[in-house]
Design a protein around this ligand. Structure first.
Ligand SMILES: Cc1ncc(COP(=O)(O)O)c(C=O)c1O
Length: 409
């Protein structure tokens, strides 16, 4: 491995063709040209209402449907009807928690973590109004992990849902969702996973995750501002319609897409799967579509690990720096999203210094506010976060390190 052709890869992302070093990928990744081209192609050739008998409408319907099939394959859904699309993860989570609201009974227990992005907490918290009891699965302050032993003490026969993140957008850590699913299912509860910080770095496999609901945003995975919520078919079928009264509960996924999907963005997002398959093929993978995507991600992970370890090794050498999360890359234990604070310096001052070199990183709580608060990091103004994607280069990390060398007191 290690033979990613970064010139070819970077040529797929026209926005990288400037002097800015872009390391805010967990905020939003750059967009593939082929995705933008598909969006433009849809708008300029088939922007009509779906489902009519005339040829352009038939072509538009096929484009939108084929995109749904491509996304289903990208995430390994059992069926493309399980693929619900919408504007954002936050929006989809609010819709979803609205959809389950009628099923909530007084005393039902819902567990959320204190290390998630608020998108996978707030909607669940509101179910308190329907009588739910909300419990918090706290991050362990020593290991900075969500410990399975702590979860054990929270699960009861009354637990109905657990909401957690597959990877933390601040700590970069990966959570063992399949093991959690086993524990959660053992008490008859269901698992909802936010994979926004995971999907840009590993091939999503909703079946292997054994989650019941799995959601992420395409603008973090080389696409536009758009998102997907996958759910097990029987679970989705049992939900009431969120659409017009005449769109019945059996009409999946339309009943959960009030106002319908965005046609051009749906069509555009299929370009992400195309890209991954092409990269896999370039790397010599001759297997099926998912195997080609897997090969692409295997190489991405290896490259990202090397860049992240280079940065972490520099940060470890600075005694005034405290990495928030694992400070080594080991056996796929972390994403290349690296957060840190610096003794006696505000996080903002480090980031402003990097602005001078046109290096795009950022500081703050990244809407994982509860995590920043429980770890007592508000006094620094949150963390400095460097978030790497597969298209970043070794030379970019070198320039970042040079800049940090100046910025760190
Ligand atoms: C882990 C995580 N979950 C959820 C979100 C929210 O996604 P969206 O902006 O699509 O609502 C983000 C955005 O930063 C995120 O990092």
């Amino acid at each position: 491995m290690g033979n990613l052709n970064l010139d070819l890869i970077r040529a797929e992302f026209p926005a990288l063709n400037n002097d800015c070093i872009y390391l805010d990928n967990a905020g939003g990744s750059q967009v593939l040209k082929r995705v933008a081209d598909r969006i433009s192609n849809y708008l300029l050739t088939t922007s009509v209402q779906l489902g009519a008998s005339y040829s352009t409408s038939q072509a538009a319907s096929e484009k939108v449907l084929s995109a749904r099939r491509a996304i289903a394959e990208l995430i390994n859904a059992y069926h493309d009807e399980e693929v619900v699309m919408g504007g954002s993860t936050t929006g989809l989570m609010f819709l979803f928690t609205q959809a389950i609201l009628p099923s909530i009974r007084d005393g039902d227990e819902i567990i959320v973590t204190d290390s998630d992005h608020e998108a996978n907490i707030g909607g669940w918290m509101r179910l308190k109004n329907a009588g739910a009891i909300i419990k918090i699965w706290p991050v362990n302050h020593e290991s900075l992990a969500l410990e399975l032993a702590d979860l054990d003490t929270l699960l009861t026969p009354r637990t109905k849902w657990l909401a957690m993140t597959h990877a933390s957008n601040v700590l970069g850590s990966v959570n063992p969702v399949a093991e959690v699913a086993e524990q959660v299912h053992a008490v008859g509860a269901k698992l909802c996973v936010d994979a926004v910080a995971y999907a840009p770095h590993r091939l999503v496999d909703v079946q292997a995750s054994d989650a019941d609901i799995y959601v992420f945003s395409f603008y973090k995975v080389f696409g536009p501002h758009y998102a997907v919520l996958w759910g097990k078919r029987d679970l989705l079928l049992a939900l009431p319609t969120l659409n017009h009264h005449f769109i019945g509960p059996e009409v999946l996924p339309y009943k959960l897409q009030p106002g319908n999907v965005n046609f051009e963005l749906s069509y555009g997002c299929a370009g992400i799967a195309d890209y991954l398959m092409d990269v896999g093929t370039q790397l010599g993978e001759l297997g099926n579509n998912r195997q080609r995507m897997q090969t692409a991600f295997d190489h991405f992970a290896q490259h990202e690990d090397a860049l992240a370890e280079k940065l972490l090794s520099y940060l470890r050498s600075k005694k005034q720096v405290h990495v928030i999360g694992h400070d080594h890359v080991k056996n796929g234990n972390r994403m290349p999203t690296v957060s840190f604070v610096v003794a006696n310096q505000l996080s903002e001052s480090i980031v402003r210094h990097m602005d001078k070199f046109d290096i795009g990183i950022r500081f703050g709580d990244f809407y994982a506010k509860r995590l920043i608060e429980t770890l007592g990091l508000q006094s620094h103004g949150g963390v400095v976060r460097v978030s790497i994607a597969h298209y970043n280069t070794d030379a970019e990390i070198d320039r970042l390190i040079q800049g940090l060398e100046e910025a760190l007191n």
